[in-house]
Design a protein. Structure first.
Lengths: 649, 333
């Protein structure tokens, strides 16, 4: 028996460990007994689901030092719209403050840093009582056979018991009463899994979907290399591979390939974030070994990473307002003034690098595909928050509780000072077009990149591409049906078309309708961003395709009142007149909202600090309000995943 | 039972063989017996002296907590917040004491790895015997001083305190039935709509005409203006409709009468007429489908309560002693 197989073999202790121990439980999935589940809101033309795939809780030890008690269960409760208490806690452990979403999310993933999990598994840790049981010796000696035994247990339906209930047989080494498994189950990674199970709605209501996941926190020299790992099902590796075990993304992917295999019911993908803080690392075109990309490596990267975060708490990663994108004034949005993770401690004041932004990476991906035959940077685009207080989806500019802080204190007066570093922001949302709100359906949407990101608001955006798209699509009530029939949705590859035909893009966006106490703002315009390779050179162009950039919409900085007209929805079918069939290209849509006040300006206003109050004395709690490097107004937006064009040979 | 008793008991109970050979073996026999007895008695001996000393929190410690809060929240803590922080700090110290008492600083792998890493970094020594490094780190008190190790010890201790909690199927079912907003069915409505785009000129007039037309000929099926989400909606819940249309429309749709045209309803997008085909009342909890979820959610709540209850015990065992009353400290800075 290959001893090394113990390390890299199929170690899947999914719901077996979690569900099989302890008290009675019915069949693992009700669907097994009654046929596959179909959600009541099932729509073959797909619905837009809003969520947050980047949330940290107490298990990420870089969360607030004030002993935050928000765990994965609380984060999911919050995402569902329940009110959760946050620190500080009184003598009974009850939070003195609380926070709540006005509009629940449809899905979320808690992604704590795996480097801090330190999980042990009962059969490999001598301190646990079950370590010497025959089952564990079997497991250590013959991990593959043992694995089959574990999965067989999962497949068993409930066995009737004398009491009239049903019990799934426990794992033998769980011991009497399941105590050994309960002991082993006391780890952050299993708690993450249990929370995901507790809040994944497996009924036909399909209210909410959770994903088991974690963050791989690679940051050599403080250069950001982070990725979140998401699993489609509840079958996940027993030990999440962290940066401590895999020191480069490719080693992470290979560990996942070994430990999370489709034939065992495990599927995973990784989502990089904060490329803006990568200092050139995130989109380097060489492997960790120093060798350049090969076709196989580029394909491996593409296969593992269908999505990237374009917006989150630590800035946007779409484009830098210098260099190739200098003419795109909207690239000045939420740019951090430094280029890696050491920046916020003022250790690094080097400016951000153009290559760290996704628009540049998408172009580089086209060039790599030309050279190698595979595109390593074929990223769909989403937003998320990266909240460190478990407040999934808390993206509102007007009640941003800050990176570590959390909402208004119940009994105290308004806090003095901004609730976060001025360069940060509340983060964004991930939106997926899927037939229904289930793991299978949402995960499939991620895989085909039918996704978009927002900087917070909830616009609904559809984007299709294809030379055969009818020109009158915007006048048709079957926009989506025709879009799918005659073209490809966001994230897709343009179908081949007859020579001489130019691709068309149909883009329809609806403003965020708003909610109680959370009014939506009208849209200002729609844009299509094109990137392509021309004579070996990367090029880009931004086209205004609908709306009006000069609609005169504005915000009164003294009151944060928005004024001016806008559009409740905008639709257009745009044809690329400059299309060159020999040039690889991508097209993504950007939906731009009317101007509004940035979060810090809203807090300044609430504190009575207006532009007229500036300059403020040094050391004043709201000194940041006078920092002109940060504009008081901004334009929220959405970015769709690109549609790619690859020249036919 | 102390060592002297053990030794004399061994002497008295040992069956001593006679003869010169036996005389040489006796000490060896005693040695072996003693060793065996000590080995057997090992679980009874505490790993560390069991202390009931109070948790001391000095004024300096309180100041440190205040500064930590300030650095994190960018403002000073209020009196209530400071008191809560001190309480939490004291609870952490209690958990740490218990963790050390149980030897978790040695056995927990996260702590071990962290401490060994720290020393390797300090020594600039990539190699080195892990056990020796761990000993050294523990002797330096690093387990409770290093932030990562400390937090991990506290977590590991909380996990141990929550061990043994379980939830039965009946309890899960009762929990699910008690939380219909989380597990129950949701009211859903299926309808068709006719839409008038608010952006077009004459939208109000067009809507007025449509209202008349639909009242007179309900099945005329006028097209109206194009709407991104189409004209037919199946089994939509109020939250789903609110996400697409806004809260007001969603409320109205769920209350609209079946089979007749209602409207116009106003959204940011324009004016909507809708005719409900069917309404599903919701409210029923599908116990079989949600039982597992409910079980896990209730399990976690029980664990949390258990940890709190255990903490109460620890608070009595290790009372808090403040160097300076908090009120006096709160006044400063």
């Amino acid at each position: 028996m290959n001893r090394r197989a113990v390390r890299s073999g199929p170690w899947l202790l999914c719901a077996a460990l979690v569900a099989g121990c302890g008290a009675d439980v019915a069949t693992p999935a009700a669907a097994d007994a009654r046929g596959p589940r179909v959600c009541k809101d099932h729509n073959p033309l797909r619905n837009a689901y809003f969520g947050d795939l980047h949330v940290h809780t107490k298990y990420s030890l870089d969360a607030s030092t004030q002993g935050t008690e928000v765990g994965p269960h609380d984060a999911y409760r919050f995402a569902l719209g329940e009110r959760i208490p946050v620190q500080p806690y009184d003598e009974h452990g009850v939070g003195l403050r609380s926070t709540q979403l006005v509009r629940p999310l449809d899905f979320a993933a808690v992604t704590d840093h795996a480097e801090f999990f330190g999980d042990t598994e009962i059969c490999t840790h001598p301190e646990y009582p079950g370590y010497d049981s025959p089952e564990c010796r079997f497991y250590r000696g013959r991990p593959n056979e043992a694995f089959l035994a574990f999965n067989f247990q999962l497949a068993l339906s409930g066995v009737p018991t004398a009491g009239g209930g049903k019990q799934v047989p426990r794992m033998p080494y769980c011991g009497l009463g399941g105590q050994n498994c309960l002991d082993a189950a006391r780890t952050p990674w299993t708690d993450v899994q249990r929370a995901a199970e507790a809040f994944y709605d497996r009924s036909r209501e399909c209210r909410f979907t959770t994903f088991v996941g974690y963050e791989w926190t690679g940051s050599p020299r403080s250069d950001n290399w982070h990725r979140n790992v998401l699993f489609e099902t509840d079958t996940v590796p027993a030990l999440p591979t962290s940066y401590l075990e895999a020191a480069a993304p490719e080693y992470l992917w290979r560990a996942l390939a070994a430990q999370c295999r489709a034939e065992d019911g495990c599927r995973s993908l990784t989502i990089p974030h904060n490329s803006n803080l990568g200092n050139g690392l995130m989109f380097q075109t060489s492997q960790d070994s120093g060798l350049p990309f090969t076709a196989a490596f580029a394909q491996e990267k593409q296969d593992n990473e269908p999505l990237a975060e374009i917006m989150q708490h630590k800035g946007q990663s779409e484009c830098l307002n210098r260099g190739a994108s200098a003419a795109d004034e909207l690239c000045g949005f939420e740019i951090l003034p430094y280029n890696n993770l050491a920046g916020d401690r003022l250790l690094n004041t080097n400016p951000p690098k153009e290559q760290d932004f996704l628009r540049a990476a998408l172009k580089a991906g086209l060039a790599q595909e030309q050279a190698l035959g595979a595109n390593p940077f074929k990223y769909g685009l989403i937003g998320s928050t990266d909240s460190h207080i478990g407040a999934a989806g808390q993206v509102l500019e007007d009640r941003f509780p800050g990176h570590g802080g959390a909402g208004q204190p119940n009994r105290d007066a308004l806090p003095a000072g901004l609730t976060d570093l001025i360069e940060y922001n509340p983060g964004g949302l991930a939106v997926l077009w899927a037939e229904e709100n289930t793991r299978e359906s949402l995960y499939a949407a991620m895989r085909r990149r039918e996704a978009y990101g927002t900087s917070g608001p909830r616009m609904t955006v559809r984007f299709f591409g294809g030379a055969e798209l009818p020109e009158n699509l915007c006048q048709r009530n079957d926009f989506a049906r025709a879009g799918y029939a005659h073209g490809v949705p966001m994230g897709g590859d343009l179908p081949a078309s007859a020579a001489g035909k130019k691709p068309r893009f149909a883009l329809w966006a609806m403003q965020d309708p708003g909610a109680e106490g959370e009014p939506g703002l009208p849209l200002q315009r729609l844009q299509i961003v094109k990137g392509w390779i021309e004579n070996g050179e990367p090029k880009e162009a931004v086209f205004d395709v609908a709306g009006d950039r000069n609609n005169g919409a504005s915000v009164d900085e003294a009151t944060c009142e928005a004024s001016g007209s806008g559009f409740a929805d905008l639709c257009t079918v745009w044809e690329d007149a400059d299309f060159d069939p020999a040039a690889p290209a991508f097209y993504y849509a950007r939906v731009v909202q009317n101007p509004s006040c940035r979060w810090h300006a809203q807090q300044c206003l609430a504190a009575g600090v207006t532009p007229a109050s500036c300059p403020l004395p040094q050391g004043h709690a709201f000194e940041g309000c006078c920092d002109t490097a940060y504009p008081r107004t901004l334009q929220e937006r959405a970015w769709t995943s690109p549609i790619w064009y690859r020249p036919r040979a | 039972m102390d060592l002297a008793h053990l030794v004399s008991a061994a002497r008295m109970n040992a069956i001593a063989p006679s003869g010169p050979r036996a005389a040489r073996l006796k000490p060896l026999l005693h040695f072996v017996l003693l060793g065996a007895l000590l080995f057997a008695a090992r679980p009874l001996l505490p790993l560390q002296r069991f202390t009931t000393e109070p948790i001391e929190v000095s004024a300096g410690e309180v100041e440190r907590l205040r500064a930590e809060w300030r650095a994190e929240m960018r403002r000073p803590p209020s009196a209530v917040e400071l008191a809560a922080m001190v309480r939490r700090h004291a609870d952490e110290q209690r958990l740490l004491r218990e963790a050390l008492r149980l030897g978790l600083d040695r056995s927990d792998p996260v702590v071990r790895r962290r401490l060994v890493q720290n020393l390797r970094f300090v020594r600039a020594e990539p190699a080195g015997d892990e056990a020796a490094l761990l000993d050294e780190a523990l002797a330096l008190g690093m387990a409770t001083r290093d932030l990562v190790a400390r937090r991990r010890l506290v977590q590991a201790m909380e996990e141990r305190l929550a061990a043994g909690v379980s939830v039965s199927a009946q309890e899960a079912r009762a929990y699910a039935a008690a939380h219909p907003q989380r597990y129950g069915g949701i009211a859903r409505v299926s309808f068709e709509q006719v839409f008038v785009d608010g952006g077009t000129v004459g939208a109000e007039a067009q809507a007025a005409e449509l209202a008349v037309q639909l009242a007179g000929e309900p099945d005329a099926a006028p097209a109206g203006d194009a709407f991104l989400l189409g004209a037919r909606f199946t089994a939509r819940s109020q939250p789903e409709l609110a996400r697409s249309f806004g809260a007001e429309f969603a409320r109205a749709a769920l209350q609209a009468p079946v089979g007749v045209w209602t409207g116009p309803l106003r959204t940011p997008y324009g004016l909507h007429f809708l005719r409900v085909d069917s309404v599903e009342r919701g409210g029923e909890v599908d116990l079989a489908a949600v039982q597992r979820q409910a079980r896990y959610a209730l399990l976690q709540e029980r664990e949390r309560e258990t940890v709190q209850a255990q903490l109460e015990t620890l608070r009595r065992r290790y009372p808090l002693r403040l160097e300076t009353p908090l009120l006096a400290v709160a006044g400063a800075g």
